[in-house]
Design a protein around this ligand. Structure first.
Ligand code: RNT
Ligand code: ZN
Length: 415
């Protein structure tokens, strides 16, 4: 179907497709650098396994092993995807060279991210940041909640260094930097002491956030999790912990929800509107939970669509800071990035093409039969034709897979 035909069909429902496409162009999506190298980073021995409650599975060839390779892969993604992209870095992606040799995470400085700043500047991108509290010899295995003073101190210093780096990224790139604190701290089996680790975690975050920063530029968040690999029984940074911390510190941080981090029948789409009553801004990690794994590649599935609806319908695009978060080593990693971005964009576009006002009216007038019928009808609307117009208008190919297979043959498979 052509775009002009789709435009007419949507107009019948009072929906303006041109306006929707304009709006979609301005929705910023933060691209997680860690999909490109299976969350390895550049600051630890790549032969050691990932630790700290996350794991990548699969050994598809072509993993980026150096900053240059990772940047080349991100460029390939940027070449193929439409829309407004922001970078999202982990501290473990610091770039060391002769001039700036390796330092441990507690000693990281803005200069270790200068090459990323140059990369972002050249492409007009903002950048988010994450201290890395996993896959490191100083995980004992706990980090910020460890009973060991020295361990805790090391990780607090890492958190403070990350605040300084986030401030630097925001100042250099002229866009706010979301700085997300996530630790996999927890226990495999029933703990004797549940409160001790949480008290220590809270105090450690207090210390990290005592490092000076401009809250307009740096947006610290605490990300919760229900459980992780090896920490099945107890997670220090539970949902209640993280949300309460944000609620008690609205002058210092914002809440972040990762939709892979709740009990399987809980949905983030239903939590967004509750949080927006109490927080002017919230952050999201968009991912896909599958059984025990919280990080599968984002699909155009019901929950992604429902989250997108919540972002768009309430007019909250500017108040919700969207980042992708998944890692899959079993398929082409560059394609995985593109598929996740495009699936999220399709969900956002679908939400922008929905007659929310009319539906709201049906709800408020108790006309639930008509609402049900309209909701189902909208599912078969020609969304694909409008998304293709988005690709065209942004000068992107309609078919990324041919280009990706070529890049795989010429670049990835030669690594
Ligand atoms: C892990 C969390 C966290 C990480 C990244 C790498 O379950 O979702 O956000 O995925 O920090
Ligand atoms: Zn996450």
């Amino acid at each position: 179907m052509s775009y002009s035909d789709a435009k007419i069909i949507y107009a019948d429902f009072g929906v303006d497709t041109d306006k929707a496409l304009e709006a979609l162009k301005n929705v910023s999506v933060s691209l997680h650098c860690w999909q490109g190298d299976d969350v390895r980073g550049f600051d630890t021995d790549p032969s050691k396994p990932l630790t700290g409650g996350i794991q990548t599975t699969g050994n598809y060839p072509g993993r980026a092993r150096t900053p240059e390779e990772l940047m080349a892969d991100i460029d390939e993604v940027l070449k193929l995807v439409p829309g407004k992209i922001k970078m999202n870095l982990h501290a473990s992606y610091a770039i060391f060279d002769e001039e700036n040799p390796w330092v441990d995470r507690d000693k990281l400085e803005p200069k270790h991210f200068k090459k990323w700043v140059d990369f972002c500047k050249a492409r007009g991108l903002g950048c988010d940041f994450n201290p890395t509290f996993f896959s490191h010899p100083k995980c004992d295995p706990l980090t910020l909640s460890s009973p060991n003073e020295e361990t805790r101190k090391f990780w607090i210093e890492h958190g403070k260094a990350s605040i300084r780096i986030s401030q630097y990224l925001a100042e250099e790139l002229g866009q706010p930097c979301v700085m997300n604190i996530w630790t996999g701290d927890g226990f495999k089996d029933i703990p004797a002491d549940r409160i001790g680790p949480r008290v220590r975690y809270k105090e450690a975050i207090d210390e990290i956030l005592s490092e000076p920063y401009d809250f307009k530029l740096v947006k610290p968040c605490i990300e919760s999790k229900v459980f992780g690999i090896g920490v099945e029984a107890y997670t220090v940074g539970s949902a209640e912990f993280a949300l309460s911390y944000a609620a008690a510190n609205t002058d210092k941080c914002i809440p972040l929800m990762d939709n892979g981090h709740y009990h399987p029948t809980e949905v983030v789409s239903d939590k967004i509107s509750s949080l927006l009553n109490f927080f002017p801004k919230i952050a999201l990690h968009i991912t896909r939970g599958v059984r025990w794994d919280s990080d599968h590649v984002v699909r155009f599935d019901d929950e992604t669509r429902e989250i997108a609806k919540e972002i768009v319908a309430g007019g909250n695009v500017d108040n919700i800071l969207i980042a992708l978060d998944y890692f899959d080593a079993s398929i082409n990693r560059t394609a995985a990035w593109i598929m996740g971005i495009e699936n999220l964009q399709k969900a956002l576009l679908e939400a922008l093409l929905t007659p929310h006002e009319e539906m709201k009216k049906l709800q408020n007038e108790d006309r639930f039969t008509e609402l049900f019928a309209l909701q189902e009808k909208m599912k078969l609307m020609p969304l694909g034709a409008v998304y293709e117009e988005f690709l065209r208008s942004e000068g992107k190919p309609l078919d990324y897979i041919t280009e990706i297979l070529k890049y795989e043959k010429d670049v990835l498979f030669k690594r």
